[in-house]
Design a protein around this ligand. Sequence first.
Ligand SMILES: Cc1cc2nc3c(=O)[nH]c(=O)nc-3n(C[C@H](O)[C@H](O)[C@H](O)COP(=O)(O)OP(=O)(O)OC[C@H]3O[C@@H](n4cnc5c(N)ncnc54)[C@H](O)[C@@H]3O)c2cc1C
Length: 459
Amino acid sequence: MSNYLEDLKDKVSGVVVTSADEGYDTARTSWNLFIDQRPDVVVVAESEADVAAAISYANDAAVPVTVQATGHGQPKTCAGGVLINTSKLNSVKIDPVSKTAVIGAGVRWKEVIEAAYPYGLAPISGSSPNVGVVGYTIGGGYGITSRKHGLAIDNVRDFRIVLPNGQVTLASSDENPDLFFAVLGGGGSYGVVTEMTIYLHGHSEVFGGSVMFDASRASEIYIAYAEWTSGLPDEVSSAIHIMNFPPAPFIPEFLRGRSMVIVIACVCGQMEHAEEWLKPMRLMEGAELDSFHKMPYTESGAIFQDPVDPLPANGRGVLLHDFTAETAAAFLDAIGPIPASPNLMIQLRHLGGAITGNSDPRVCIMRNRKAKYLAYLLGVPMPGNPPESMAAHAENVFKRIEPWVLSRGPLNWLGEGAVEPSSIRSVFSEEEYTRIKTVKESIDPLNRFSNAGLGIIDK
Ligand SMILES: Cc1cc2nc3c(=O)[nH]c(=O)nc-3n(C[C@H](O)[C@H](O)[C@H](O)COP(=O)(O)OP(=O)(O)OC[C@H]3O[C@@H](n4cnc5c(N)ncnc54)[C@H](O)[C@@H]3O)c2cc1C
């Protein structure tokens, strides 16, 4: 064992493991089982001091640093480096007066949702309550109430970060504003965020759920969805999915082997109008399994029904400036015969609303505020369905809808497969890139955080 590693073990109160140790696989495993990361060392941090010690080890040993809270994010090529697992930094403090939550680096959305609920408050959480708050937020954070309240990055007050030189600093729009700007929407290549203060919103209930249709009616439903979403108030956030349900025992019998179109929505505010707003889609011919109802926000994970248990997933998304009947035709044509699609889930999310509204230049990178929709394709790699087929299928679909695709990409949905430097670069405008590159070069000149965000470009 090297002196550096011995030193690290002495300093850290959490677990430190290498491939030779029991517990290595548990500590390194991601929620996304497609990501098979094999760092030399994993530090399961129990405090900010542990995080600083892990970074100091990386500097002494001259190796890269990678961070993981839940492993829902993009792959980390951390061979030879140190992986800081933040899952034990899970404190949540709610201040009902300032309507804020102070959260630790390893907190998942469900923990914030549950802690805020007794105060009648809710965060800008996404479709899955099991995703990590920090990773989601610094990648932009498209929530199920974002059309009403903006992206997660629009709702951050400040954060604490352990910089690549091991020092702890605070960042907000007043203090270290360039760093604040870079981290919000720029990804985890500037150090480890150990704590973040986010704004909450005053709604404890939403009206949400989904309605399904047999995929043989996809064309009609997609055209209706395009028309419906073009006139919706910001209170309604929604998505439309095509799901190929495998003929597996864990799938309810009546869905096994079927392909369905699923319209999903979450109404936040003015809920007395929810039924009326949702009527055009819910009353379409062939509607099955309508699950819409008023629910406490603590049940909001039931709206999208994202998978909870770890699975191998490989996906990619693009932002669109519009989705019309013409886009729908090109989209479905490119997808091809639905049951034969190598991608299990084909998702279109309606964006716009308050997402387009924030033009405050002090905050939020990813001010790709023209995005009105997100198209995302996801597959489960398995024998006979390799990731290459999924990627080629997605590429073809995005090519066919090119006239509607924005050149700038969504950091959170660039892909669970290999993420190219050009994809990362596409997230930022020239002006944003210049500003955050200056931050990156000044705080991480050796590119220790080379596996995320701007670090990938600088390799
Ligand atoms: C089922 C599912 C549903 C999703 N739904 C949504 C959604 O509705 N809206 C949306 O916007 N996105 C969504 N995403 C994308 C998700 O937000 C990103 O994958 C995000 O990166 C996950 O963060 P994590 O902490 O859970 O994952 P991790 O893999 O643990 O972390 C992802 C990356 O974030 C960075 N990071 C994490 N913690 C820190 C830290 N403390 N300091 C510095 N960097 C850090 C690191 O670069 C890390 O590689 C979804 C993903 C999945 C798989």
